[in-house]
Design a protein around this ligand. Sequence first.
Ligand SMILES: NC(=O)c1ccc[n+]([C@@H]2O[C@H](COP(=O)([O-])OP(=O)(O)OC[C@H]3O[C@@H](n4cnc5c(N)ncnc54)[C@H](OP(=O)(O)O)[C@@H]3O)[C@@H](O)[C@H]2O)c1
Length: 242
Amino acid sequence: MTEQRVALVTGSSAGIGAAVARRLSRAGYRVAVNSARSPEAGLELARSLPDAFYVQADIAEEHAARHLVEQVVDHYGRLDVLVNNAGTTRFIPHADLAAATPKVWREIFDVNVIGTWQVTVAAVPHLRASGDGAVVTVSSIAGSRPAGSSIPYAVSKAALEHLTRLLASTLGPEIRVNAVAPGLIDTAWTEPLTGPREQVAALAPLRRIGTVDDVAAAVLGLIDSRYTTGSVLLADGGAHLR
Ligand SMILES: NC(=O)c1ccc[n+]([C@@H]2O[C@H](COP(=O)([O-])OP(=O)(O)OC[C@H]3O[C@@H](n4cnc5c(N)ncnc54)[C@H](OP(=O)(O)O)[C@@H]3O)[C@@H](O)[C@H]2O)c1
């Protein structure tokens, strides 16, 4: 019997990450759930999935990011899939340039870009050993369009999309590296955005905002797409066409 594959989903105590963890579990993966500040929710999700495991770690911290991957590999003995989902933002109107201070830029980049980098670097030897390693990073439509909660957030997602191409080019053939760029998704982050929610539902070709499960389906699709690497898949109901 072949051993069950193992996936680590960063930032999976809530929202998109939790939906990805559930879907991976349904697809037969053993899943490592992670968050920085919500251990109760993370533990509860891990308890609800067969053979899942929770690790509390802030991916922005160098030692914690490395230790996260070590704990997963110590627990399961392997790592086949990494989903870089953990992310943070600040809501700052793009025209308010002064509000996007260096402190804001550093806080967002520390998690979204450097945190993702640190976890990925720690995971690479194990993904390579898997023989069919895959990385999927959760970007945003803000990474390629003049949109999003703030300019530093949008630029951090643009950085992740180019990182996806650079890593795909570097890590093949053993590891495939792709990204999903969601549009407006129904999560706690976007709950207060009544105006943009109505706008997307009225204008996007698919006439609704997205669900966390829509994004999870795109992530799973990329993990299973064995001739695809270096791609960014938009999951935005076609909103980019408007
Ligand atoms: N919602 C949208 O409309 C939307 C659209 C495009 C892209 N995205 C992207 O999708 C991803 C998930 O967003 P979401 O809306 O699902 O957010 P969410 O519901 O707030 O969930 C974010 C998750 O990441 C964890 N997290 C945050 N900072 C972390 C850190 N430093 N280390 C480890 N875990 C951390 C959070 O847990 P703790 O805070 O408790 O640690 C939580 O589990 C993000 O990368 C976001 O940029 C979201």
